[in-house]
Design a protein. Sequence first.
Length: 204
Amino acid sequence: MRLCVSCVVSPIGTSARSPEDRSRRDQLNVRLLSVRHLPRTLRALDRADRAGLLALRGVAGRSPRVGVALSRFSKLGEHGVVWLAIGGGGAMLDRSRRAAWLRATRTVLWAYALNTLCKLAVRRRRPTGVTPLTATPTQLSFPSAHAVTAFAGARVYARLGLPRGPLHALAGALALSRVALGVHYPSDVLAGAALGRLVAGARR
């Protein structure tokens, strides 16, 4: 049974005589129209997500050597290992700020833990219809742990004086590598980047 928007809205429109009534009527109209167009919007976003995945996966799949090299590079971000190594190295080399480096490293760990909880709650499956070019520890996709730890690490280590540009370039490359390898949708990576930056910003 389909909901007729005009049937619901018209009684409000005919009986609305005060500015308050007209305001309530307008708000209801907006809500009904938003609900009606929501499936169309979600379908458009899903198509864009899929198109981004196929475009990047197509680049990585042009040559077996490219796929192998990209998979090896992506391993640097597995479980946030490269970002934990940067923090550990900073704590050893910069003894005067050892506590700050350790706190930044713990932020990466917190980001990874929160990402795991989000994956268990959302339970989005990894992309289907494409052949993955690398193995994954689980079949859960949203958000991307590579992106979460990368952008959390880039933000906290930049605050400690490491060059912002190279940090974010590495973070972006690791995050996009997951889409190119066919194991994440672009939206997984975008959500992961946002979550990582949020966690890093909260743990100053």
